[in-house]
Design a protein around this ligand. Structure first.
Ligand SMILES: Cc1cc2nc3c(=O)[nH]c(=O)nc-3n(C[C@H](O)[C@H](O)[C@H](O)COP(=O)(O)O)c2cc1C
Length: 193
């Protein structure tokens, strides 16, 4: 299995408006690959402007926000590409697309790092942060997974939250739980109608 790093990717549309989305960047040994599913704004933007910034942040609210409609976060200009990165991040990569491998479901944009910068010290591993990222991914697959699997994974992830979360992790968790509650309600409505 290739290494995948979960990042916040900033891209630009043809009007030069920034767009952020959490994405897992895949390492193939030479390139970092951005692989957006069709359809997606990130995919359209990479075709319009083949550059991206990947921000490594310990504020997991940006990941939770990215899948719950909270996509506006402070950005700063990048140095070597015409782009923007998260203002609050530990470090970031500036990426240029070198090659595109087309695919019906998930085209792959093979990128090189043209610049990287560190902005503040990394504060160490936190289980609640990992749990938020896992739940954020899970919420993008709610209608693809068996409901029992969603519920059992949620039960496991809650342990890390109850034992190790700080205020930012708790807030991120709440946003994701609102999405889970809406999904549970929709399932209930379906079975009772
Ligand atoms: C940690 C994490 C990793 C993700 N990785 C991917 C990815 O590699 N490809 C993808 O298409 N969506 C991924 N997603 C889901 C997208 O962030 C989400 O669907 C987003 O809205 C993308 O669509 P957009 O570019 O239209 O916003 C990921 C979500 C999370 C929370």
């Amino acid at each position: 299995m290739p290494l995948i790093v979960e990042t916040i990717v900033t891209t630009f549309n043809s009007k030069r408006e920034a767009y952020i989305a959490p994405l897992g960047l895949i390492h193939d040994g030479t390139h970092w690959i951005i692989a957006p599913f069709r359809p997606s704004t990130t995919l359209d933007n990479l075709r319009a402007n083949p550059v991206a910034a990947a921000s490594h942040t310990d504020d997991v609210r940006v990941f939770a926000g990215g899948v719950t409609g909270r996509k506006i976060w402070p950005l700063l200009p990048t140095r070597s590409i015409a782009g923007e990165r998260l203002a609050d991040c530990v470090s970031h990569w500036e990426l240029k697309v070198e090659k595109v491998v087309e695919d019906e479901q998930r085209p792959r944009f093979l990128c090189s790092i043209v610049h990287e910068e560190t902005h503040k010290p990394w504060q160490g591993f936190n289980r609640a942060q990992a749990a938020v990222i896992e739940l954020a991914v899970l919420t993008t697959r709610l209608n693809m997974l068996p409901p029992e699997k969603v519920e059992s994974e949620l039960k496991y992830l809650e342990i890390a939250i109850s034992k190790t979360a700080g205020p930012r992790e708790e807030e991120a968790w709440e946003w994701l739980m609102e999405k889970i509650t809406a999904w549970r309600q929709a399932r209930f409505d379906q079975t009772t109608s």
